[in-house]
Design a protein around this ligand. Structure first.
Ligand SMILES: CSC[C@@H](O)[C@@H](O)C(=O)COP(=O)(O)O
Length: 359
């Protein structure tokens, strides 16, 4: 992997971009202090970047996985049996992170594209086009969801609102613009945002390091707080919406998202706030009946031990699940690019996914 330092901080950024025959990733581990880009040229480098969280966020890791396959095809150059030649790359990328379904969804799209190619097709070129199309479609889905989510806020409120969000769901986590943060950006443009309260999002600090950074660049008023302050803020700061993303949505509407989302949904219900989930249809896993059997990624306990210096004595056991499940009945609305599902359940989601949903 090659590393480059980005010097013009006034530029808008891309979490991922095709650049000089490589996948250029903004190294999110270094933000907000340093803006450095890393170029990946094969599937192993992309898988490592996903596993190490240089690139993160459900849609973004899906897009990166697709580019990983395109890069591997370019690295191989030519083959009589592309399915066999790329098998290891598919496997490696699929295993890079387990919870967000967007990664396996994007790899399935790439597999399907490969299977449909004519025998003498330029496979590396066609797979690159497929990855770029997945990237572009994600951006377009985000713009659609942003509008739908903003209209939903406008349906209930005509004045600027205080909104609470969790983790990072912005341009950094997606093909561009963002999911939950995309809705917040569109709402800001429509004059519907006063302050965005940003959960710090322990232990990786996606909220304080990434979301606050994005909001500041957008000129949106943000206020960061420790995760444990969310209930107190809901009680005292006139917050009306909690808006979050999703890593996977089960067929019954259960939402798997960053650890802490479940607790927020209960707090929101207690305080009478609306709870909006914003995710592209690539995050909906119709094969998963409910979220009970989903693999919740557990990362190294080391992530809990160091935060501005060591925080826990060596040798103390630690548990670091990075996602949790919010049951469908705690969710007011799921916004996707295909439409809005209020009070989600299995039938409404099945209708949405088969285009029978009207909104
Ligand atoms: C649009 S991003 C939606 C989710 O992927 C996001 O909320 C989240 O949980 C990201 O987790 P991360 O562990 O940073 O990849």
């Amino acid at each position: 992997m090659q590393r480059a330092v980005h010097t013009d901080v006034a530029d808008s950024f891309s979490a991922l971009a095709w650049h000089n025959d490589a996948l250029r990733l903004l190294d999110q581990r270094l933000l907000p202090g340093r803006e450095e880009y890393v170029d990946c040229t094969d599937a192993a480098q992309v898988a490592a970047a996903i596993g190490d969280m240089l690139v993160r966020g459900a849609p973004a890791i899906g897009i990166a996985g697709a580019y990983g396959i395109a890069l591997q095809a370019r690295a191989i150059g030519s083959s009589d049996d592309w399915t066999a030649a790329l098998a290891e790359a598919f496997e490696m990328l699929e295993a890079a992170r387990p919870t967000a379904v967007n990664l396996s969804w994007a790899l399935k799209m790439m597999r399907d594209r490969l299977a449909r190619l004519a025998p003498h097709a330029d496979v590396p070129a066609r797979l690159l086009e497929a990855a770029q199309s997945i990237h572009q479609s994600d951006l377009e889905a985000n713009l659609t969801m942003a509008k739908l989510g903003m209209q939903l806020i406008r349906k209930h409120h005509k004045t600027p609102q205080n909104i609470l969000t969790h983790c990072n769901t912005g341009a950094l986590a997606t093909g561009g613009y963002g999911t939950a943060l995309g809705v917040i950006r569109a709402a800001q443009a429509a004059g519907l945002v006063d302050t965005v309260f940003v959960d710090e999002t322990r232990p990786w600090l996606q909220g304080s390091r990434l979301t606050a950074w994005e909001l500041q660049r957008e000129g949106i008023q943000a206020c960061v707080h420790v995760d444990a302050a969310a209930g107190h803020l809901m009680k005292t700061r006139d917050i009306t919406w909690v808006i979050v993303g999703a890593d996977r949505i089960a067929a019954n509407g259960d939402v798997i998202n960053k650890i802490g989302t479940y607790a927020l949904s209960i707090l929101a219900m207690h305080h009478g706030l609306r709870f909006m989930v914003v995710a592209p249809s690539s995050s909906i896993d119709m094969a998963l009946e409910n979220a009970d059997e989903v693999v919740i990624e557990e990362r190294s306990a080391d992530e809990l031990f160091v935060l501005g210096g060591q925080t826990v004595d060596a040798g103390i056991p630690a548990f670091n699940p990075v996602f949790d499940v919010t049951p469908a009945d705690l969710i007011d609305v799921i916004v996707t690019e295909k439409g809005i599902v209020e009070r989600p359940d299995a039938k409404k989601l099945a209708d949405l996914m088969s285009h029978r949903h009207l909104h």
